[in-house]
Design a protein around this ligand. Structure first.
Ligand code: HEC
Length: 101
């Protein structure tokens, strides 16, 4: 009984810590990409006028992101979203989307 409780507590602690570690230097592109699905489509394949992000060229992604951050690219919302990510997270997102088909 005690052992089961300890195991349950260990699982709970492990799961609770997962999102935090994923947002550190070891940024997890797949996890970060969940925040984009609401607008870019459930599988990031685009939604209405909002772009398909699958297979987005790595360099073009980094360029677009930097332009959003610097307000050098027309944007209604991405200029604000782009400012909330670290370099490691932006690189992880670029890796992730460029790897999708
Ligand atoms: C609230 C809705 C919303 C969310 C959330 C969102 N986007 Fe966007 N995204 C847009 C819109 C709208 C545009 C078109 C530019 C604009 O109006 O800001 C866009 C444009 C882009 C572009 C440029 C596409 C092109 O045509 O070249 C990229 C890249 C991009 N988003 C990546 C992301 C990533 C990565 C995330 C998640 C971290 C994300 N977006 C989250 C709405 C959103």
């Amino acid at each position: 009984m005690m052992r089961q409780k300890l195991l349950a507590a260990a699982v709970a602690i492990t799961c609770a810590g997962w999102p935090l570690t994923a947002l550190g230097d070891d940024a997890d592109g797949h996890m970060l990409a969940q925040a984009c699905a609401g607008c870019h489509g459930a599988d990031w394949g685009g939604q209405g006028p909002i772009s398909d992000l699958r297979g987005y060229d790595h360099e073009a992604f980094l360029r677009a992101w930097a332009e959003f951050q610097a307000d050098e690219r027309p944007a209604t919302i991405m200029n604000r979203i782009a400012r909330g990510y670290s370099e490691a997270e932006i690189a992880a997102l670029a890796d992730y989307f460029s790897s999708l088909e």
